[in-house]
Structure formats: structure tokens, C-alpha cells
Design a protein around this ligand. Sequence first.
Ligand code: PEP
Ligand code: MN
Length: 288
Amino acid sequence: METDACSIEPIVKTEGPALVSRSSRPGGTIVDVNGIRIGGREIVIMAGPCAVENEEQLSQSARSVRAGGASLLRGGAFKPRTSPYSFQGLGREGLEMLARARNETGMSVVTEVMDTRQVETVARYADMLQIGSRNMQNFPLLKEAGMSSKPILLKRGMMATIDEYLNAAEYILSQGNTQVVLCERGIRTFETSTRYTLDLNAIPILKQRTHLPVIVDPSHGTGIRSIVAPMAKASIAAGADGLLVEVHNRPDSALCDGSQSLFPEEFSKLMEDLRKIAHAVDRTIHVL
Ligand code: PEP
Ligand code: MN
């Protein structure tokens, strides 16, 4: 937080850029993904593997998150990997597998788009387009997403301030697409015990400054399977409108992010706990 040199009073910013600012829609925005309403009283859970790896892996993971109570299926077909030699995703083949998993389970699908040239194709298969942390300030991509008719899941850049994040969302809204969900997914700090530092402050701050729904990704935010559930619960207690959780049918053999992916049984147990926490904050978990 900035402080004025001559004052001990912090300068608290209460507004975001115009279109995303809370004052422009004080009642809040509901983002509707095939009738699943994000940003209202119901908490929406999105879950699935980090990456689409093959038909069996996706289908089994999808069926188990559906059984556990997730409403949206996540899974990357285009993966932004740190190393160019790591598994890059199955591309269009992965999108087709996601579409089949949607037919099989009745879940809507959220998947990442990394490049302006992919937006049209990904939008043909997905119900919601994810823009990843590494692309939060890819301005051409944000503009293209703003011209899409699909809802957008915009993840916070790992080095982005709240102001930069809100400006990124503003890019999408400025092109006419108001269906944007924000997702806190951890930021880089000096701490090395976890993959990132999940910034739970961001939840109430964003809720104050913007009308857009806010969800949390405790999987990338921690990078450690055993602390995903506690941080997921804390996120709901702090006012998040939903969660994005990595769950894999066999995390030990995952091609991507296995060590932060929950086993299906762990996910089911987490969902049971989340129902209690949701109740405590006067909310309910959306059921498909
Ligand atoms: C993901 O959700 O698959 C992902 C790559 O996350 P992030 O962009 O937050 O790193
Ligand atoms: Mn991942």
C-alpha cells in the first residue's frame, strides 16, 4: 500500500478503473456460464486436472470431480510451461476430449487460451475461456477476449498488483465483454516454502473495488497438495465466489502439477468441509 511521505495515513485506493469499478455496478455482476451463475449467493466450484493428457485420464478425473460436486470442469489443452521441453498440451485434440467429457458429465468446461490466434477455436469448444497468469498483461489477447461472446476467467499475474490486475480486466470490459471472473492464484514473494504466496487479502480488496466475481485457485497458490484444502476453506471464509482446484485421477503420474493436484477422495472430503464453511458465511455451494 502506498503511503504519503508526510502522513502516517495510508492512501487507500477505493476505486478501480471505470468499467470494472464497484461504483459502476454496486450490486455486483453475475457471470453466467450455461446457467451456472458466478458472483451470487452460490459458490461455484471448478475442478479437474492441470492438463488434458488422454481420454481416460480426463474422463475419470471429470467423473470424480462431478461426483464430488464440482460444476465446471477445468483442464488445459494449451499449456503455458516454463520449459519448452515440458509437455505443452494436446492442443485441438485436447479440446475435443474436453467437449466429450462435457457430454459425458454435463459439466461446463473452462480451458486456457494463450494466443489471440486460438481464441476462436478455443471458444468453439469451451464454455469459459481462461487467461492464465503469464498472459494477464497480454493486451492483444485481452482485447480479443473482450470481443468474444464467451465468459472469461482472468487469472491474476503472479507479479501483478491489484491495480494492474483491475486494468487488465478493464481491457476486456472495454471491448464489450462484461462477463469476467477474477481469480487470485498466488503471487511471487520472498517466501520459498510454497510455490507462490496465496494473497487472501486480494479477495476482500477486489470485492470492494470491483463488481466482478472473485474466485481463488489454491492449487497454484500453494503448489503443495496437503495445504490446498486449508487454503480453499480460508478462501470461502474470506468471501470468494468460487474455487478453481486441480484434481487428477492419478496425481502421482500426472504430466503437469501432480504434486499440487488432489486425489479424488481428497476433493470429495474438501467439498464436504466447504459446504459447512459456506453455510457459516450464509452461502451455499452450487449443485449441478
Ligand atoms: C492453470 O490454471 O492451468 C495455470 C496454468 O495457472 P496459472 O496461469 O495461474 O499459472
Ligand atoms: Mn497447473
